[in-house]
Ligand binder design. Structure first.
Ligand code: 13P
Length: 253
């Protein structure tokens, strides 16, 4: 069965960056999107939790979407410092990143934790942006496709649909390093991810967006985003400045 390619998504992950002054960058992105023609991708900013409510006010009524960077698996309860998917939804966000490699490394999040968080996002009516990706050692050992397949199997809950889930392939060694896999390597991994999704989530697997993340910048966006089964980008450092982020989005127009 052939499926029309899904609308691309360019999402900015601000990570632990951004004070209230950074909202001006989001406003610049919002205003540029207001002038964008048809064919523009969906654009999202995922600020730190402290900026969710103020960024919602900046984005209200515009084409700029907003996501959070993590959620707890429970809806509420005695979990000091955590926020739930329901709370994120309550701010006006439409998505939440789960299983980012920095969460996996800093907080020991295993696939089953990521899976519970993705299920929580679905429960709350949010899109789960589920991150996977291999280490440098795994890449050099030729283990990438196996690692990615295992992470998909463990991190995606049964509630996945094309509407409520985005997969982000982020090779850990490419994050924040300026390094990227070759276009052929990106295409190979995205093809393998697509095969997993179509096999497991028939018939919606063909419509689940697969983003590439890891040192995406204006200079390489056009090449990376034109690859088969690359349905957008998850952008870290280059999403912090509106001009760079907009130049990446411009790869589509
Ligand atoms: P960089 O774009 O800074 O490499 O970060 C990628 C990333 O981790 C996005 O989630």
């Amino acid at each position: 069965m052939t499926t029309a390619p899904p609308r691309p998504l360019v999402a900015g992950n601000w990570k632990m960056n951004g004070l209230a002054s950074a909202l001006a960058e989001a406003a610049t992105v919002r205003d540029a999107l207001g002038r964008a023609g048809a064919g523009a991708p969906e654009v999202m900013i995922c600020p730190p939790a402290t900026l969710l409510a103020p960024l919602a006010a900046v984005a209200q009524g515009s084409a700029l979407a907003m996501g959070a960077q993590d959620c707890h698996a429970s809806a509420s309860g005695a979990h000091t410092g955590d926020i739930s998917a329901e709370m994120i939804k309550d701010t006006g966000a439409t998505a939440v990143i789960v299983g980012h490699s920095e969460r996996r490394a800093d907080h020991g999040e295993l696939d089953r934790v990521v899976r519970a968080k993705a299920a929580a996002a679905h429960r709350a009516g949010l899109t789960a942006i589920v991150c996977i990706g291999e280490t440098k050692g795994e890449r050099l050992a030729g283990l990438t496709l196996g690692v990615v397949d295992r992470q998909l199997a463990g991190s995606l809950p049964e509630t996945v649909t094309a509407a409520n889930t985005v997969v982000a392939y982020e090779p850990i060694w490419a994050i924040g390093t300026g390094l990227t896999p070759s276009p052929e390597d990106v295409a190979e991994v995205h093809q393998a991810i697509r095969a997993h999704l179509t096999q497991r989530f028939s018939p919606s697997g063909g419509g689940i967006r697969i983003l590439y993340g890891g040192s995406v910048k204006p200079a390489n966006a056009r090449e990376l985003l034109s690859l088969p089964n690359v349905n957008g980008a998850l952008v870290g450092g280059a999403s912090l400045k509106a001009d760079d982020f907009l130049a990446i989005i411009a790869a589509y127009v």
